[in-house]
Design a protein around this ligand. Structure first.
Ligand code: SF4
Ligand code: SF4
Length: 125
């Protein structure tokens, strides 16, 4: 799958989305903890300055203004920050610094459902 999971450079970050970032919260029953499909389905691109605090190996340049998470600009993307086994137990390795596309994607939204379907996972109930 080669789709784009990008951010609007002018959009603000939201911490409310139950993205894979919630994986590090043991009391959070987020379905993302046993999924990770969206981290292995799209090119996760964003305005380059969002990654200013990330170690360089997490990020790949795309254009003079855009970067993406390392590993997501491939025919079969998988973010390098995604640890674990997809569909079983996964975690985001850069939870506090994840870029805006990861914060904006909502569990159960269209991209989530497409990603899960592409990895053979059922829709969220
Ligand atoms: S595809 Fe949906 S359920 Fe899976 S990790 Fe992403 S947001 Fe969570
Ligand atoms: S930075 Fe974290 S939440 Fe975003 S795609 Fe990578 S593993 Fe998933």
């Amino acid at each position: 799958m080669s789709q784009v999971f990008s951010s609007n450079p002018t959009s603000s970050n939201s911490a409310s989305a139950p993205t894979p970032a919630t994986l590090e919260s043991p009391q959070d029953p987020s379905p993302c903890q046993a999924c990770g499909a969206c981290c292995a389905s799209f090119r996760v691109s964003f305005y380059w300055a969002e990654a200013a605090d990330l170690a360089p190996h997490w990020v790949e340049p795309l254009t003079p203004h855009l970067s993406c998470m390392a590993g997501t600009n491939r025919k079969s993307p998988r973010c390098e920050a995604l640890a674990g086994e997809l569909g079983r137990e996964v975690a985001c390795g850069i939870y506090e610094q994840r870029p805006s596309p990861c914060r904006e994607l909502q569990a159960g939204d269209d991209k989530c459902l497409r990603a899960r379907a592409a990895h053979g996972l059922p829709p969220l109930g």
